[in-house]
Write a protein that binds this ligand. Structure first.
Ligand code: HEM
Ligand code: HEM
Length: 209
């Protein structure tokens, strides 16, 4: 390889945080032509659509469960249950897609403990994204109410009416919702910390949608 060409390639390598380039405010981002490895477009779109739904569903669920009953609460129930069921479908689509398209490698400077922590948090988030809709769906039918999707059709009941069980399922739904909220704060905080404190390319793997 010609010496000038090698030098050009070396210059094009991403710089680690704390190097002269990063300190000069240029950041460690790869220059044009050396884009960071990103999640594929469908994975990014699914991530951000699910993120918006989940960030809305948690406070909406808390408000809806604690307000006076009436037509407004009924409408909020239908919207909450419909978007919640959509999250279940999207999470399953995302997991199926992930089997065939594994995530791109993390930047080499990310330490092993952070890789393990990120993997554990992602797995727990996926578990909650599946358990939340299932406990909500089962709890609603155990309570004796239908689960109506966008005023179009009802989901089938896989559980009979049992009000004591409904109470337990909704307690679980609440506990999982609070746990999911905590995980998302941790997760988003870590992603933003990578972007604005460490100034590496972790967030650029998932952004833009
Ligand atoms: C401001 C909010 C958020 C930011 C900045 C953010 C950022 C990111 C980034 C950068 C990744 C890739 C991390 C990596 O590969 O190591 C990621 C992955 C992930 N995010 Fe988020 N996220 C946010 C909100 C959410 C929310 C609300 C959810 C819950 C639905 C979520 C669920 C996930 C999951 C499950 C993954 C793993 C993807 C996979 O590898 O299959 N994120 N996020
Ligand atoms: C990822 C999806 C979901 C999230 C994040 C979520 C979150 C929440 C939260 C935080 C609450 C407040 C709990 C309380 O204060 O007791 C709630 C309540 C509720 N959710 Fe969900 N939910 C989801 C999906 C669903 C689904 C799919 C259904 C039904 C098919 C459902 C049915 C309900 C019902 C009926 C309540 C009111 C429970 C009560 O009155 O105590 N949710 N949800």
């Amino acid at each position: 390889m010609a010496r000038t060409e090698k030098t050009r390639i070396e210059k094009a390598r991403p710089q680690r945080p704390g190097t002269a380039g990063a300190r000069a405010g240029k950041g460690p981002h790869p220059p044009p032509g050396a884009e960071p490895a990103r999640y594929a477009r469908p994975a990014r779109l699914l991530h951000w659509v699910m993120a918006v739904f989940v960030v809305g569903l948690i406070p909406a669920g808390l408000i809806m469960a604690n307000m006076d009953s009436g037509p407004l609460q009924d409408r909020l129930f239908v919207l909450h249950e419909s978007f919640g069921a959509l999250v279940l479908v999207l999470a399953l689509v995302r997991l199926g897609y992930r089997l065939r398209h594994p995530p791109p490698p993390l930047p080499p400077e990310v330490p092993a403990w952070q890789r393990r922590a990120a993997g554990a948090v992602h797995a727990l988030i996926y578990a909650a994204l599946i358990a939340m809709p299932l406990t909500g769906w089962a709890g609603t039918h155990a309570f004796g109410a239908p689960v109506t999707i966008f005023w179009l059709f009802d989901l089938p009941a896989f559980i009979g009416k049992d009000e004591a069980l409904a109470g337990r399922l909704f307690s679980l739904h609440l506990a999982l919702g609070l746990a999911l909220g905590g995980l998302v704060v941790l997760h988003a905080g870590a992603a933003l910390g990578h972007r604005f404190l460490r100034r590496d390319t972790v967030l650029a793997r998932m952004w833009p949608p």
